[in-house]
Write a protein that binds this ligand. Structure first.
Ligand SMILES: C[S@@+](CC[C@H](N)C(=O)[O-])C[C@H]1O[C@@H](n2cnc3c(N)ncnc32)[C@H](O)[C@@H]1O
Length: 381
């Protein structure tokens, strides 16, 4: 199988899959190959915090044009996976290949599947782009094609707790990955002083209470597949329920200056079942008093699309000054796509990690807010 993820989170996802009993784990670029049975596939969807989707490849072939693509896809015995009454959608990702148009590629795949089923049964499956019974994935890179079934359906970052409103919320998978990258050990307090819709604090609370994301979402592509094993899925879910911690092992704080987004954060936390595990407060970061250190701060300040350069520099300077004044003995992480503004923080970073927020190259910056000298020894770069 192949689990897709975001740039920079491959090793974290590989570790998650190992924990679930997957074998032959091979981290690639924005994805991880692995092997496992149906239980592992269900568990990967239910548990993995850093997977975007889990694909089950069914055929690979070389292909430089649309006719070859059509023939190869038509050669798959689609009756194993599809009845004519089922609906389908095709997602295609193409790069550096004879076919350079993903919509065209998806169309050819769809035609091949539909024609083959119609030939065999006299009836044709129809297309449903939003809620198909079967999502088929084509990955075409340098004329090397892989056709896969998408066991996740809707992207796994849609955990089901967040509404779409809010200002520039961070992707849930990225937020979970950043928390793991921070090395937070779920014992120290965790603070987000610009929490927006609450993604970091909610993901952190889910981790601390060992609530699998799939316990909230409960909807996966594999449930509509022909080989769906309901008993096995119920077992995976029951096991996941059994792992949930009733007690919170640490304290988590989210604050934001904007009352409207904070209201939304509270509602999101409630939907995720962790509203009692997070203390929310409406406060400007400059005047917020965090719990005494040591602690971990993870924060995703505005990038400044709607602010003048002067104001964004002042905002990042305020963040640096506040960290210095109030976050003694904290390890602070700022995640930003504004590579110019981060210089205004005015503190020395102990680590810089490149990640992408959608298409935007971003940095996760680590600052050690120790008392006295900030010269650090032996920190990984
Ligand atoms: C990029 S958004 C954070 C998104 C958040 N990580 C999420 O998942 O929704 C930046 C947030 O910083 C907040 N903010 C801006 N200036 C602030 C300040 N001085 N103090 C506290 N919050 C502030 C904004 O209201 C906004 O919600």
């Amino acid at each position: 199988m192949v689990a897709k993820t975001l740039y920079g989170l491959e090793d974290i996802l590989a570790a998650e899959l190992r924990e679930l009993g997957a074998t032959d784990i091979n981290p690639m670029n924005r994805s991880v190959e692995f092997a496992g049975d149906l239980r592992v596939m269900y568990a990967a969807n239910v548990y993995c915090r850093t997977a975007i989707r889990v694909l089950q490849p069914i055929r690979t072939f070389r292909c430089a044009d649309g006719d070859r693509l059509y023939r190869e896809v038509r050669a798959v015995e689609w009756g194993r996976f599809l009845d004519p009454a089922m609906t389908i959608a095709v997602d295609a990702v193409v790069s550096h290949s004879g076919i350079d148009n993903s919509l065209f590629a998806a169309q050819r795949v769809k035609d091949a599947v539909v024609d083959q089923i119609r030939e065999g049964t006299g009836r044709r499956p129809s297309v449903d782009l939003i809620h198909p019974d079967l999502r088929i994935n084509l990955h075409l890179h340098e004329n090397h094609a892989t056709i896969a079934l998408d066991s996740s359906g809707e992207s796994l970052h849609r955990r089901g707790y967040r509404t779409e409103a809010g200002k520039a919320p961070i992707n849930e998978v990225l937020a979970a990955g950043i928390i793991v990258l921070s090395g937070w050990d779920m014992a120290l307090p965790l603070v987000d002083g610009m929490c927006g819709s609450g993604t970091f604090v909610i993901e952190a609370a889910l981790m601390a209470r060992r609530i699998a994301p799939g316990l909230i979402r409960r909807q996966f592509g594999f449930q509509r597949m022909k080989d769906y094993n309901r008993t096995l899925y119920d077992k995976v879910i029951a096991e996941a329920r059994g792992r949930v911690r009733k007690e919170m092992p640490c304290r988590i704080f989210g604050s934001d200056s904007d009352g409207a987004v904070l209201k939304e954060a509270r509602a999101n936390a409630k939907r995720a079942g962790v509203d009692h595990d997070i203390v929310f407060e409406q406060k400007d970061f400059a005047v917020q008093n965090p719990p005494a250190g040591p602690g971990v701060l993870i924060m995703n300040p505005p990038y400044g699309e709607r602010l003048a350069v002067r104001d964004i520099e002042a905002l990042y300077r305020m963040i640096g000054d506040t960290l210095k004044a109030k976050y003694r003995d904290y390890t602070a992480f700022l995640f930003t796509g504004n590579l110019a503004a981060m210089k205004s923080v005015g503190l020395r970073t102990s680590r810089r990690i490149t990640l992408y927020n959608g298409p935007l190259e971003s940095r996760l910056l680590r600052y050690e807010m120790y008392q006295g000298s900030r010269k650090q020894k032996n920190l990984p770069e």
